[in-house]
Ligand binder design. Structure first.
Ligand SMILES: [Zn+2]
Length: 76
């Protein structure tokens, strides 16, 4: 999506917006928060959001407020 191509419909009608309102803030911990940049496809409406502040993003890995999601494995 960041490359200007929609991962859902392959359209090249991608638009981006930096969110600034406090209501959009994502909290990684009680002391760390950041606002996401969002990308939307003008063709199918698919929406993605990214945190671009990598220093704050790193806090999610040690935060008790976020639960790790382990990758699914094929069990035979
Ligand atoms: Zn699309």
């Amino acid at each position: 999506m960041k490359n200007g191509i929609c991962p859902k419909c392959d359209a090249t009608t991608i638009y981006m917006q930096q969110l600034t309102s406090s209501e959009h803030r994502i909290y990684f911990s009680s002391f760390s928060a950041s606002s996401p940049t969002q990308y939307i496809c003008g063709t199918c409406g698919y929406l993605e959001r990214y945190i671009v502040d990598t220093k704050k993003l790193a806090h999610v890995k040690v935060s008790a407020q976020w639960t790790p999601v382990p990758p699914e494995t094929d069990e035979e």
